[in-house]
Ligand binder design. Structure first.
Ligand SMILES: Nc1ncnc2c1ncn2[C@@H]1O[C@H](COP(=O)(O)OP(=O)(O)O)[C@@H](O)[C@H]1O
Ligand SMILES: O=P(O)(O)OC[C@H]1O[C@](O)(COP(=O)(O)O)[C@@H](O)[C@@H]1O
Ligand SMILES: [Mg+2]
Length: 517
């Protein structure tokens, strides 16, 4: 029996979901959309811009059947959020055998190719009877590719702020394309999005990128602003580029989605692959962003330094500011890892200074108990206080991100003033701002491996003809995720989750919930 699903637009796109007697469901579309799912359910193919409008039951021959049967199996809430494929708008694209078939490295691998039936569940903690929920396509090499290696002209661009591991991702895209697929035509776009139309390109090959993973930053340079979709896609077309690898954060991924939409509008055979980058770990859906682990590790050095300083003096108060515009992940994890931190302040958890349960009271208590204390502060915390006190107009960077005021300096001053003027108590303040030092280091061993997997997943996805997708781990397995899913929300620390409770339990800091002045 069949469950067929009509898609509203464009009219030539029509998928059907077929359910076999073994209760598997498949998309009636040539590879790569041809998908077999075990156990049935409500399946939605959510393909950017095309919403399913009608679910209809039919048998293998596609003739409508009694829907009661299908409906009975329709209730376990399986949702499949697929990524777009070039054949959506170029249905006649030829396919070729994947060169990995002949790779020595993969000679004894049991399953070289990922089954088109493999999906990853977004939610893995479930209860009996709960809906199966959202699933993403599993990343990895496919049996057929949609590009002849000698016809690939790839490019790589890096945008937004720095993050440890960018060079590793660049390296592994270049080496992955070259070693696994025999692609040798790879361009580096310099200086972020605007580099497409305002700069020359750089030839990339395994030799050029050989040791770049040992360096921080990005060999391609980066920038904010300058995203002009038409100019970028004109340039992609003019240069004959057919694979675009875009490394960047939420803003960059929105830009990648716009590029894909234009590529699709012009019906260009161009694979657009996004690799999510942000030191703040604020990208939704994926487990963790690359460079985050390195940042947490590097932050330990600053926290240690602050601790050494303040325990060596009387009434020492150390403040360490870490990155985290809207999300306090680095601060939270660095605090949990260190155990030398007395208080962690993040944007998600408002705090206050004065009165019962406030920060001043806590500082005084810790100084009395231990003679010193360390505060870790995410840069986005307490911004409302800083802007009130400095009365500065709101400024934005070239990408439209709000420019943050220095909460570290502000807090340092507030604590100093309070203890010297109100409490008549001399304190030794040490303020450390290691933010750019942390962002600029090369990635650690863990992140290097993670960056390699991201790069290889992106290469496999592009070669397999997917376009307009982001790669990333979902519950430890790499997936192809619709770009919109990673840009529609920001990943923030959930105060109601256990991790924040673990932090509170480890620091014993105030929870700043009840304000009594
Ligand atoms: N909504 C958007 N649409 C298109 N491009 C965007 C959008 N937001 C940001 N960009 C572009 O993405 C690039 C990086 O964005 P930015 O916010 O600075 O960093 P990140 O990608 O790390 O969040 C910039 O070139 C910017 O112009
Ligand atoms: O000063 P810059 O280079 O613009 O970057 C500062 C910001 O970049 C970040 O590292 C985040 O960058 P992205 O938005 O590029 O991920 C923030 O933590 C920080 O506020
Ligand atoms: Mg961003």
């Amino acid at each position: 029996m069949d469950l067929s699903l009509s898609l509203s637009s464009p009219p030539n796109l029509h998928f059907s979901l077929t359910k076999s007697l073994s209760f598997s469901t498949r998309f009636h579309k040539p590879l790569p959309f041809f998908t077999n799912f075990t156990s049935n359910s409500q399946i939605y193919s959510i393909i950017t811009g095309y919403q399913p409008i009608k679910a209809q039951s039919s048998n293998q021959n596609n003739t409508p059947i009694d829907t009661a049967d299908a409906a009975a199996d329709d209730d376990d809430g399986f949702i499949f959020e697929d990524v777009p494929h070039l054949t959506n708008f170029l249905p006649d694209l030829p396919t070729y055998p994947n060169p990995l078939k002949y790779s020595q490295a993969y000679a004894i691998v049991k399953n070289t190719f990922v089954s088109p039936e493999d999906v990853l569940a977004q939610q893995i903690v479930v209860q009996k009877g709960s809906p199966r929920g959202v699933h993403f396509r599993r990343a990895g090499p496919r049996e057929k590719v949609y590009f002849k290696p000698e016809e690939v002209r790839a490019c790589i661009v890096t945008c937004g702020g720095l993050c440890p591991g960018i060079n590793t991702v660049i390296r592994e895209i270049v080496c992955g394309l070259n070693y696994m697929y025999g692609v040798s035509n790879i361009l580096g776009i310099e200086g972020g999005y605007r580099g497409f139309y305002s700069k020359n390109t750089m030839e990339l090959n395994p030799k050029v990128v050989n040791d770049i993973h040992k360096r921080g930053g990005t060999i391609l340079q980066t920038s904010r602003g300058g995203h002009d979709t038409n100019k970028i896609v004109d340039n992609i077309q003019d240069r004959g580029i057919n694979q675009v690898y875009i490394i960047g954060g939420d803003g960059t991924q929105k830009g990648a989605a716009a590029i894909f939409k234009e590529v699709e509008k012009r019906r260009l055979p161009v694979a657009v692959a996004g690799i999510p980058k942000t030191i703040d770990n604020d990208i939704a859906v994926i487990d963790k962003s690359f460079g985050f682990d390195t940042a947490v590790e590097e932050a330990q050095r600053a926290i240690n330094a602050a601790h050494v300083e303040v325990e060596s003096v009387e009434n020492g108060v150390g403040i360490v500011k870490l990155m985290g515009r809207y999300s306090g992940f680095i601060a939270m994890f660095a605090t949990l890892a260190s155990r030398d931190v007395d208080c962690c302040l993040i944007p998600e958890s408002p705090f206050y200074l004065e009165g019962q349960g406030g920060l001043f009271e806590f500082v005084q208590r810790r100084l009395k108990e231990n003679g010193h204390m360390v505060i870790v502060l995410a840069e986005g915390a307490g911004q409302e206080y800083v802007s009130q006190s400095v009365n500065a107009p709101e400024e934005k960077d070239a990408s439209g991100n709000k420019l943050l005021l220095d909460v570290g300096l502000w807090l340092t001053q507030q604590i100093k003033d309070h203890f010297t003027t109100v409490k008549k108590m001399a304190i030794n303040m040490k303020y450390i701002d290691p933010t750019y030092m942390i962002r600029a280091v090369p990635s650690n061993a863990y992140d290097n491996i993670y960056c390699t997997l991201l790069a290889q997943s992106a290469v496999h996805g592009a070669m397999a003809g997917y376009s307009g997708f982001t790669v990333g781990p979902v519950n430890s397995r790499h997936a192809y995720i619709p770009i919109e899913r990673v840009t529609e929300a920001t990943n923030v620390v959930k105060l109601t989750d256990r991790m924040w409770a673990r932090l509170l339990a480890s620091t014993n800091q105030p929870i700043f919930l009840d304000r009594h002045e």
